[in-house]
Design a protein around this ligand. Sequence first.
Ligand code: SAM
Length: 282
Amino acid sequence: MNDDSSSVGPAASGAKQERPRSLAQRILDDPVEVLVGGLFHRRLHPTLVETHRAARLQSTDPSDLLAELLPSGEPPIGSLAGEFEEAARALSARERPGLRFAARTAFLRGEAWVLYALVRRQRPEVVVETGVANGHSSSVLLEALRRNERGRLTSFDIEPGAGELVPPELRDRWDLRILPARRPAPAFERAMEGLERIGLFLHDSDHSYEWMELEFRSAWGKLAPGGFLAADDIDWSYAFIDFARKVGVQPYVLVEASKPFGILARAAAKPTATPAEPKGSG
Ligand SMILES: C[S@@+](CC[C@H](N)C(=O)[O-])C[C@H]1O[C@@H](n2cnc3c(N)ncnc32)[C@H](O)[C@@H]1O
């Protein structure tokens, strides 16, 4: 599975450092990008080459990301893969014609697998997602929490009736919040203020620059040490790349069906130093 040929661009490399250029140098290097790009930056879309440049690792193979994000621990990734297959089969069996949201809105399999493994391994108490639609990602996250026998998922959408695919037996760990469609921001920000120590935050809602930025800003400070901020469709705007740069964290990017899904890992808490033995004790 860990096949280099599946990587987009150079295979998993360590942190890449790009030398910052002065504004004058950037204008000299590429005046069109600086002048036009500066004006329309929030309406432009990064290419996969740009997401790769910004990333710590970009790959088409979920195993590459999991090897970096979950290097060792219990349960082994192999045993989780079997569980995930079972959950994915049960979810497909619930799909039917006439669901409220188009099938193309659904989460892709590799993305779902990465999220499932993160939740099973990290065992978070608090998981948050935005963008429920028929409930593909919600079902996968809730199934992982059910297996963990701990944690709750808070999901946000603006459409009443979102989440049809989530079965009754997975709903007891679920807080589904429907935001006012015309002005979702105040209710979303208020709800986020009430959440603490988020182990995983997943963005899959409105992909405009402004909304993505608002979500990332609300979520980042609330992430538990070692927590993850994940976002689908990070090529719909520069919001994810810009945010990653702003907080100084290089993303892990999974490219599936030509679309990039990004993850930022928040640094784990530093172990507290053991106080030195007082001299002459004992
Ligand atoms: C791509 S779909 C989500 C797919 C879902 N994650 C899945 O796996 O099936 C996007 C969803 O975001 C919702 N949405 C759009 N704007 C939103 C906002 N500002 N806040 C929360 N949800 C929003 C839409 O109603 C839609 O259900």
